[in-house]
Design a protein around this ligand. Structure first.
Ligand SMILES: NC(=O)c1ccc[n+]([C@@H]2O[C@H](COP(=O)([O-])OP(=O)(O)OC[C@H]3O[C@@H](n4cnc5c(N)ncnc54)[C@H](O)[C@@H]3O)[C@@H](O)[C@H]2O)c1
Ligand SMILES: [Zn+2]
Ligand SMILES: [Zn+2]
Length: 370
């Protein structure tokens, strides 16, 4: 079928809306009419080729939401017409997936970043037959239609606003999952979150929903820090003008129990680690552009835990519906992070995300009603 997709033709170049051909789904796949797709910083990382990603030309996009148009013969838990959120790809068969940690599937890289299906085939090509790299996060959802694997298609309630649900498939579940699944933040505890973009603010809202008592947000963007206070931060620190370690010790002389870093920056991660209370725990989420250096000797007697986590340790079939329920009850207002853009304004939406003008850009691609 003929679809419109935003194609990145070369490393670092703009997204160009292009007519391309999408094949029929295979027996274990689902065809989804895309209603909206969030923009995540990992799309820009893949566009710029920082951590190894699909070759070019490529169709990116990995926070899709939409309506199932057709399903393959081996898909039994989904139906045509279902409202769905698309998330990351995983095999569902290996011992890592079966032990409840699919974000670390042995096949995570090929199913999300290889630019093709796990068997090396593609489902998009130009009208002249030339192949386009795709299957980004098993979806490539910067497009009017997308093919996803049955494992990464999550059915969601029809009374939830489908247009804004896509970011639950990556950025929002990543931040919220860091708090709820990875750190298991306890009632009455303290937490510091560095970087208050979509991931950090999702973590902040989840920390509030988990009844953490002290929630410290750190950023270099004053507007985002003000917004963090609106969303539940009890303290904010601007690391451009303030000494982060000193301020945290003023707030909590014994240190902070939990830390989440979304910046990937050396000095920021060191600030969080150095501010932890004994046996404190931190997780790192941000893509780093440089190797990390740690002064480990000062931590030898502290009992700290530090872990790099993926997708908030989420089991998406279980976690995404849980976040939607929290949203519907007013306990997780992630809609406040979102600004909507028309699909043709994708480059403006990307630039606004990169410049920090928009926290979570969402492209409106299709109509929920025909
Ligand atoms: N591993 C995963 O599962 C996963 C999933 C989604 C996103 N990510 C990554 O998480 C990171 C965060 O994503 P996002 O969408 O929230 O990005 P974002 O750019 O919206 O947020 C990052 C924030 O960090 C702030 N910041 C930058 N330098 C800082 C400094 N020195 N001190 C304090 N704050 C600083 C920025 O002002 C910004 O508000 C990205 O690297 C993204 O690629 C990882
Ligand atoms: Zn992402
Ligand atoms: Zn697996």
């Amino acid at each position: 079928m003929k679809i419109t997709a935003a194609v990145v033709k070369a490393q670092g170049s703009n997204f160009e809306l292009t007519k391309v051909i999408l094949d029929q789904p295979k027996s274990d796949e689902v065809l989804v009419r895309i209603i909206a797709t969030g923009i995540c910083h990992t799309d820009m990382v893949a566009r710029d080729f920082v951590m190894g990603s699909p070759n070019f030309p490529v169709i990116l996009g990995h926070e899709g939401s939409g309506v199932i148009e057709s399903i393959g013969d081996d898909v039994h838990h989904l139906n045509v017409g279902d409202h769905v959120v698309l998330t990351y790809g995983y095999c569902g068969e290996c011992e890592i997936c079966r032990s409840g940690t699919p974000a670390y599937c042995y096949e995570f890289f090929p199913r999300n970043f290889s630019g093709a299906r796990i068997d090396g085939t593609h489902n998009h090509h130009y009208p002249d037959g030339k192949v386009i790299n795709d299957n980004f996060f098993s979806q490539s959802s910067f497009a009017t239609y997308a093919i996803a694997h049955k494992n990464n298609v999550i059915a969601v309630p029809k009374d939830a606003p489908l247009e804004i649900l896509g970011p639950l498939g990556c950025g929002i579940q990543t931040g919220a999952g860091a708090v709820i699944n990875s750190l298991k933040v306890k009632i009455g505890s303290s937490i510091v979150i560095t970087g208050t973009g979509a991931v950090g603010l999702a973590a902040l809202m989840a920390a509030k929903a988990s009844s953490a008592t002290v929630i410290i947000a750190v950023d270099i963007n004053e507007e985002r820090l003000n917004f963090s206070r609106e969303l539940g931060a009890t303290h904010t620190i601007n690391s451009l003008t303030e000494d982060v370690q000193k301020r945290i010790r003023e707030i909590l002389p014994n240190g902070v129990q939990y830390g989440i870093d979304t910046t990937g920056r050396n000095e920021v991660i060191n600030n969080v680690l150095s501010s932890l209370a004994p046996v404190g725990e931190m997780v790192c989420i941000g893509v780093a552009r440089k190797p990390l250096e740690l002064e480990t000797n000062i931590f030898l007697t502290k009992g700290y835990k530090i872990r790099w986590i993926n997708q908030g340790d989420s089991v998406p079939q279980e976690f995404i519906p849980k976040l939607i329920h929290m949203y519907q009850l007013g306990q997780f207002p992630f809609d406040k992070l979102i600004k909507k853009y028309a699909f043709q304004d994708i480059n403006e939406a990307v630039e606004d995300s990169e410049k920090g003008r928009t926290i979570k850009s969402v492209l409106i691609i299709g109509n929920q009603e025909y």
